[in-house]
Design a protein around this ligand. Sequence first.
Ligand SMILES: Cc1cc2nc3c(=O)[nH]c(=O)nc-3n(C[C@H](O)[C@H](O)[C@H](O)COP(=O)(O)O)c2cc1C
Length: 375
Amino acid sequence: MADLSTVFTGIRFENPFLLASAPPTESDANILRAYEAGWGGVVTKTIGLHPVANVRGPKTKFLRVDNGGSRLSMAKRPDSTLMASWNWELISDKPLDWWIPRLEAVKKAFPDRVLVASIMAGSGSDKELENWQVLTRAVQDAGVDAVELNFSCPHMDRVDMGSNIGKDKVLCSISTQAVKEVARIPVWVKLTPASADISEEAGATFLGGADAISSSNTFPSLPLVDPSTAEFEVNVNGFVASGGMGGPAILPLSLAKMAQLTQSFPDREFSGVGGIASFDQALSYFMLGCGTVQVATAAMLDHAIGPNVIRALTDGMTAFLERNAERGWTSLEDFRGLLRERIVSHSQIARPDASDYRGGYEEESEGYATEPLTV
Ligand SMILES: Cc1cc2nc3c(=O)[nH]c(=O)nc-3n(C[C@H](O)[C@H](O)[C@H](O)COP(=O)(O)O)c2cc1C
């Protein structure tokens, strides 16, 4: 019998599929609809303490490619296929006081579904580190099951906030530690993919006490120039800022980040995010070792909270387990991480015949190094 339930950071999930922190989880009304549709859990839209004012006009657009053609554009049109989402939406514009009674009510209505609060503060002063603690205490007293620290919002001007924390391992460590000092619930940390080696920041985050890492947030990107106007497809008075890309295009990119994480920390817990719309894509994250996965873009495009997406995910996982019943697979734990060690260095991939390749190093001969020199 296929069993979709799982335990992640000590929390039981009816299924391993969550709505990621994004518009689908921006209100209690949306979250209640999401649970009714069957999502195992949700991560709320990120909650902060600083005032938030979004730009005029669209905060999210969808980049599509013509079927059988080469035009890439955000213009909504028939006979085209979704490639990516692009957004410059900030965190929740609702204050903490707005969220608290709503989190309490949601948890009361669905005590068995998982409610994770995404939170964000700065990291450049004791006051900011206290802000992390204020947020953590408030949401945990409201009854949420876990917090997810947003070290990955790509839209911050402040050098000590959002993805600027996620690019700095010292800030990763001390901000996590500040939260752990007051947290009685598991602490997940969402890291940015915009760093050279994400396992460096992950290591620091685990040192700070994190229970799990979520990856990826959106990748820094720009809208394209519209050839008919010679202006950016999204702009305010002609100006645009770097925004974040999500959706199908980031799936392979996010998987590469996840592989770095799960290989570096095989005994730790990870939540996979980026480009998931059906079980086929979720499977790639599970095979790398993820214990849950999260969805944003696909859910936004499916009645705002993804009723068909969650059905496709649970039906797909049930069918997958049934197809593999003869291997003895009945739950996620039976196949989780099976391909994690199959990602190797290039020179470890078999060559035709007996030809030899040394990964760019010299052939072994007198006077030449065969390994990188360490001094
Ligand atoms: C419009 C929009 C708003 C988002 N807001 C947040 C946010 O407030 N906090 C956060 O951690 N991630 C936020 N994200 C990132 C998503 O949670 C997710 O990491 C990213 O979109 C990749 O997943 P996807 O390919 O399923 O969209 C947002 C994404 C979108 C598209």
